[in-house]
Design a protein around this ligand. Structure first.
Ligand SMILES: [Zn+2]
Length: 211
């Protein structure tokens, strides 16, 4: 199944200078997702962004967006035109805090079946981590051994595979889509990478809207 099967959804991952588009949320690597109800609510978020890392809505013509540079952007949508859409920002802290599974819970009990689209992020080839990183997950009772690759004394974490399997395992394979399955850090042409550039300008704007 390709994304072309869903004409009721528009989406994209664009590389943008920070000044171009204002944020709807103040991203804090947590697990909160905010439901947008109406255009005026969206406008008020632009004026006063709340601390959250994701947004969802069931309404048409409401564009959701999040920003990333190495963190994983995830877009959710329903197979049904009356169903919800969501956009979330998920780095390792978001994964540790469980924002993908939390979002999925918020989207349940609505028309249609939920699909997820993975955007570009730093991948297992480049996401070097240390022991304290592993301990953070272990302290939360989460085992990430299967997602660590050790090479010449260094250790790398496969963030998207962890999220796919541990956070979103209940979504069947045919409803998981990958947009540009390439690493923000190492692939050419270069994508915004916080680790490579030491900053987040420009950054990736992941957006979604129901037509
Ligand atoms: Zn890489």
């Amino acid at each position: 199944m390709t994304m072309a099967n869903f004409p009721h959804v528009r989406f994209g991952f664009s590389v943008e200078a920070k000044a171009l588009t204002r944020s709807l949320v103040e991203q804090v690597h947590g697990k909160e997702v905010v439901e947008i109800k109406g255009r005026s609510h969206r406008e008020s978020l632009i004026q006063h962004p709340v601390k959250a890392d994701g947004l969802f809505t069931q309404e048409r013509e409401i564009e959701l967006h999040v920003f990333s540079a190495d963190c994983l952007p995830l877009l959710f949508f329903s197979s049904h035109e009356k169903g919800p859409i969501a956009a979330i920002h998920c780095g390792w802290r978001g994964a540790l805090n469980g924002i993908p599974s939390h979002t999925l819970q918020r989207l349940k009990d609505v028309p249609g079946e939920i699909h997820v689209l993975f955007g570009p992020c730093i991948m297992g080839c480049c996401f070097e981590v240390r022991d304290d990183f592993v301990h953070s997950f272990e302290e939360s009772g989460k085992s990430i051994g299967a997602y660590l690759e050790r090479s010449r004394g260094r250790m790398f974490f496969d963030l998207p595979r962890y999220v796919r399997e541990q956070e979103l395992g209940e979504i069947p394979e045919e409803r998981v889509h990958w947009e540009e399955n390439r690493c923000t850090y190492c692939t050419a042409p270069p994508l915004p990478s916080y680790r490579r550039n030491g900053g987040t300008d420009p950054r990736i704007r992941a957006w979604i809207k129901k037509a």
